[in-house]
Design a protein around this ligand. Structure first.
Ligand code: GLA
Length: 382
């Protein structure tokens, strides 16, 4: 979030309601450094929060209803307790679903007016929806004087996503948005919910992290994501384990599975979990450069085994590498969106330019890019 966003939502709130908001909150999008499609397999992930966030100004209202204005959409939606029906669509569902999840967990939520803006790119695999859920939740929990800790907030936001919006995601995005801290990646165990803040010493290592948005629409993401998840659950059932996290002998497990496609899915999840553990070790030892081969291997595994990359993403990763990136991978759920590349400090623009040139040659649209700066999780700003 930027101070401009804080001013924009505050001014819009005051304009609309003739009073200052009771407060301003923000929750960030995230980049996943490593650990893709491991969260719903009870595995490990390592995201960090971005500087890009959803910023919300809010104040209580006494008729027990909620109004939400999006400055990006230039729209206001209003709803009351009787309108909280799972399956609602549109951007306001992420706010209504948070009210629904809080109430479902027994928390009394006050009626409220919310005005929000976001600079998290939408549909880019950077968790713009989790940022929206977590920002709304932070505002509503504080306005209602609810004592909900950050992990519980993440779980409630995920309940909104899974049960109200209807996307069968894991907990990573919401955990990143509420639990990350400045300068760190979050090493998160999606079974025990144990967290460790690992210092992401990019500067010290003379590195930076390029985030490049391929601008490929996430056409298949919903159906394919759900299909991957089903396939993992079916494999765990066939292997007699609670989740793929529990596979300890990969070769033995693969020998038990009937189909090549399912074997590949399992191989991705099991090897990706191992890569997250290795990445945590590397960061703990301040060997940041050694992340690079793990990023490369993660990308190859997503491309060849989990089959969630697309030609634009593969071209971006291959070009990043040939333009000097130490390591690169797609980040997020897949089928488009962003790649990340670990590059020498001061070279991100050059690498991005090489990718833009390769995209132009291939007839693809121009990608956008920025530097991924490990930032703080959700908080109250005013
Ligand atoms: C999406 C989901 C997450 C996670 C990733 C893939 O971002 O919301 O829960 O499964 O995809 O790692």
């Amino acid at each position: 979030m930027s101070s401009t966003d804080i001013d924009a939502v505050t001014a819009a709130f005051t304009d609309r309601f003739g009073a200052q908001p009771a407060g301003v909150w923000a929750a960030p999008g995230r980049v996943n450094l490593i650990g893709e499609h491991t969260d719903y397999n009870d595995g490990f992930v390592m995201p960090f929060a971005l500087a890009q966030a959803v910023t919300v100004a809010a104040g209580p209202r006494d008729d027990g209803r909620w109004s939400v204005t999006s400055l990006n959409q230039d729209q206001t939606k209003e709803f009351g307790p009787d309108d909280l029906t799972p399956g609602m669509d549109g951007w306001a569902a992420y706010v209504a679903g948070v009210v629904w999840a809080l109430r479902g967990a027994g928390y009394p939520v006050t009626g409220a007016d919310l005005v929000l803006t976001s600079d998290v790119p939408v549909g880019a695999g950077l968790s713009s929806s989790a940022a929206l859920e977590c920002a709304a939740l932070a505002a509503l929990a504080d306005l209602s004087d609810l004592d909900v800790d950050p992990l519980e907030r993440a779980k409630l936001a995920r309940t909104c996503e899974n049960e109200f919006v209807g996307a069968p995601t894991g907990l990573m995005d919401q955990a990143a948005s509420t639990l990350c801290t400045l300068g760190h990646a979050l090493f998160f165990d999606c079974r025990s919910f144990k967290t460790e803040q690992v210092h992401l010493a990019l500067d010290e290592a003379g590195l930076e992290l390029l985030v490049l948005d391929t601008q490929t629409p996430h056409a298949l993401v919903d159906s394919e994501y759900a299909a991957r998840r089903r396939s993992c659950e079916e494999a765990a059932r066939l292997l007699g384990v609670a989740a793929l996290r529990d596979v300890t002998d990969l070769d033995a497990a693969l020998a038990l599975l009937p189909e090549v496609e399912m074997q590949r899915r399992v191989r991705h999840v099991v090897t990706e979990n191992a890569r997250v553990l290795a990445a945590a070790d590397v960061l703990r030892a301040d060997r940041t450069t050694d992340l690079a081969p793990l990023l490369d291997a993660s990308h190859a595994s997503m491309r060849d085994d989990f089959e969630i990359t697309v030609p634009t993403v593969d071209l971006a990763v291959a070009t990043a590498k040939s333009a000097g990136a130490l390591g690169a991978r797609m980040t997020g759920g897949g089928f488009g969106g962003c790649i990340i590349a670990l590059v020498a400090a001061g070279t991100a623009d050059e690498v991005a330019e090489a990718i833009a040139a390769a995209f132009a040659d291939a007839g693809y649209g121009r990608p956008t890019h920025f530097l991924g700066l490990p930032s703080a999780g959700a908080s109250r700003l005013r």
